[in-house]
Design a protein around this ligand. Structure first.
Ligand SMILES: Cc1cc2nc3c(=O)[nH]c(=O)nc-3n(C[C@H](O)[C@H](O)[C@H](O)COP(=O)(O)OP(=O)(O)OC[C@H]3O[C@@H](n4cnc5c(N)ncnc54)[C@H](O)[C@@H]3O)c2cc1C
Length: 455
């Protein structure tokens, strides 16, 4: 029987609830030492632990998770293991130039391949399917922008897995007239994120990583060693990795000399719904036989996909931010209604289909919309953040990169330019909140303009 606390965690996404019985590890209740301590039990934290243990089999590695494994974005996301880096390629080119955009693209291609091969190598039971992904346009203006993006990819020579799809092709594939055109990329996979993160937990434990759940870091002190205090214990370690993603703003990092992790990123919430399983007749009515991943070419993007048990999950279209240290934004009926309306706008055939589950979660967004991995104070502490809403594949490969940094190895991964990059810091709470609201409103207006007369 799950405890009330565990049941509360399971409410946080369809995937967490659908997972069924889950037996969390016990909380830390003593004072221990380790070579490496990792805070955060999502893809980033567990991938780092696994990859570090692979390189250093005799090292002691501890992961502490405040709630249960997969409680954060890793147990709630859409499950798109995709190549998109940051917000959009145009933004990356504008901020970082063409060369770095190409390098980021190659990194993401490796990231998708890495997730796929992890699944294959360890026979993960995470419903992984290498489906490819469409990016669809609903209006002429969106189509024009998509065409520009495709041209940019061709110009940069990073279009090898991409092709252009006409309205007729899409109508035949999806049985809807809403898609005016699309790009299709073969290198995208779909997975069940909660199963994926718990399969990662399993392989970590097989290598001897100690994982403590219900164990929040409540204080971090740095002297010759590092000490992380938890409610009933502590970990003294030589190195520390901070993998708390959108939750980083509330991390007790005040005692780390001159470091304010709060200023590195802002949690931005995205919301999702999932239908009840569709009947064979309903599937027949909508086509989509190859069950690929789909995103649209809006500013406030929608992402939608079939699940392994024959449902459709739809997310995005609206985002939200919270003020100050508030992390209480997982519920958003307006965003859920928006997702449902959008699904039924694409597929009027599904008008009667019921929504089985609704949820939301924080992504980690930084000012220049670019992922970031860096050292704090000394080389003993590494943090990672800023995966935007595109962290599934990225965080897995970042784990390998961070493991190499911890092991003082250098490779093509550790040379990736997001490591120790120059990052713009967020202003104070009021300005950050107002700016985030203003940006999301502007994106909404652009969508409204580009979709005039559509709905
Ligand atoms: C609804 C939603 C849909 C998304 N869809 C996609 C998608 O389809 N494709 C894609 O690429 N990306 C998607 N993302 C983004 C992606 O899920 C994230 O980038 C990725 O999961 C981040 O992994 P992480 O391990 O860095 O962070 P998280 O999974 O957020 O893990 C951080 C962990 O740290 C723990 N923690 C926080 N504070 C403490 C503390 N003090 N002590 C101990 N532990 C602590 C939290 O409980 C949490 O479990 C989506 C995100 C959301 C929310």
């Amino acid at each position: 029987m799950p405890t009330d606390r565990q049941a509360m965690f399971e409410e946080k996404s369809f995937w967490l609830r659908d997972y069924g019985f889950y037996h969390p590890n016990k909380a830390l209740d003593s004072h221990i030492t380790a070579d490496v301590c990792i805070i955060g039990g999502g893809f980033s934290g567990l991938s780092t632990a696994y990859e570090f243990k692979k390189i250093n089999p005799n090292a002691t590695v501890v992961v502490i998770e405040a709630a249960i494994i997969g409680y954060g974005a890793s147990g709630r996301n859409g499950g798109f293991s995709m190549k998109l880096f940051g917000l959009e390629p145009e933004v990356t080119v504008w901020r970082w130039g063409e060369q770095k955009t190409v390098e980021a693209h190659h990194y993401m291609t490796k990231a998708v391949a890495h997730v796929r091969s992890l699944n294959e190598e360890h026979n993960f039971q995470a419903d992984y399917r290498h489906t490819g992904m469409f990016r669809v346009a609903y209006s002429d203006r969106q189509l024009k922008r998509l065409d520009n993006t495709y041209t940019l990819f061709q110009k940069l020579g990073i279009d090898s897995d991409m092709s252009w799809c006409s309205k007729d092709t899409l109508a035949a594939e999806f049985n809807t007239s809403r898609f005016l055109g699309a790009t299709y990329e073969t290198e995208t996979g779909l997975l069940n994120p909660c199963k994926q993160v718990r399969e990662l937990k399993k392989i970590c434990m097989q290598l001897g990583v100690a994982i403590y759940e219900s164990t929040p870091a409540i204080d971090i002190q740095e002297s010759i060693t590092l000490k992380v205090t938890t409610p009933k214990g502590s970990i003294t370690s030589d190195k520390l990795v901070i993998c708390t993603n959108g939750y980083t703003r509330n991390l007790p990092s005040v005692n780390l000399k001159s470091v304010n992790l709060k200023k590195h990123q802002l949690p931005v919430w995205t919301y999702q719904i999932v239908t009840e399983p569709l009947t064979a007749g309903q599937w027949h009515s909508i086509g989509w036989q190859n069950r690929q991943a789909v995103e649209d070419n809006r500013q406030l993007v929608h992402y939608f996909r079939p699940t392994a048990d024959g449902r459709i999950t739809m997310g995005g279209g609206m985002v939200d931010v919270a003020y100050g240290s508030n992390m209480n934004k997982d519920v958003n009926p307006k965003a859920w209604q928006h997702c449902e309306d959008h699904l039924k706008w694409i597929y009027p055939q599904l008008q009667e289909v019921k929504i089985a589950y609704r949820w939301g979660g924080p992504t980690s967004v930084n000012i220049d919309m670019t992922p970031e991995i860096g050292f704090l104070n000394s080389n003993k502490i590494i943090y990672t953040c800023g995966c935007i809403g595109h962290g599934v594949s990225l965080t897995h490969l970042n784990g390998k990169l961070i493991a190499q940094l911890l092991s003082e190895q250098s490779s093509d991964l550790t040379d990736f330019w997001i490591v120790n990059r120059k990052a713009i810091r967020l202003p104070g709470d009021i300005i950050s909140w107002c700016s985030a609201k203003a940006i999301s409103q502007s994106l909404k207006l652009v969508d409204k303009f580009e979709e005039r007369g559509l709905y």
